[in-house]
Design a protein around this ligand. Sequence first.
Ligand SMILES: C[S@@+](CC[C@H](N)C(=O)[O-])C[C@H]1O[C@@H](n2cnc3c(N)ncnc32)[C@H](O)[C@@H]1O
Length: 202
Amino acid sequence: MAHLDYSPDSNMLFVGEGNFSYSMSICITLGSGANMTVTSYDTTKDLREKYPDAWANIRLLTDSGATVLHGVDARKMSEHPSLRDLILCFFSLASCSKHRELVCGFFLNAVPMLSPEGQCHVTHKRKPPFNQWHIPKLASECGLGLTDCADFNIEDYPGYDNKRGDGERADKRFPLGKCCKYKFVKEFGVDALCSKVSLFST
Ligand SMILES: C[S@@+](CC[C@H](N)C(=O)[O-])C[C@H]1O[C@@H](n2cnc3c(N)ncnc32)[C@H](O)[C@@H]1O
């Protein structure tokens, strides 16, 4: 069962929500959102224009104790650092033609935010051209090692309604096809490297 991946005790960060149905599904299964921070790149204005059901999902999340933030860019999220056991990014990297910049920006920001045993999960399509983005290779270049690549089945997430997120059809679903959930952990020594980089950049 997919939600064995998640525990109400893990400090989770969701990146790139659409209508907030993915985090809502996990929140209902866990029975609490107390340790969940759920973010969208969209602003509240964008959300209002795109997704009529986003507010009901957000309401459920906040009533369950989750923190919900908008206008959060995966490429800059470590500007507001807070250690996380799990950082979840699901189909949020599929919307952008400049995928390399987005994927690397996300990974580079995830590394300093992960707790020592923390994991970063990225859900992604398996078919071309998406499987040619070489997500595990990019992760490795950013200091994250692949520990697992599990099948992703939407049936495991009741209520999750995947969204295109962009353009006139933002509120429509996109075809999922075969998908997987990559699980990454910090590679040995990456923390030392991060602190060196921050010493040089101050
Ligand atoms: C294909 S939609 C998927 C939406 C949602 N994750 C889902 O599965 O229904 C892609 C999402 O990526 C988000 N996104 C695009 N650029 C982003 C960035 N730089 N940081 C965070 N999210 C981003 C968009 O706002 C959009 O919601």
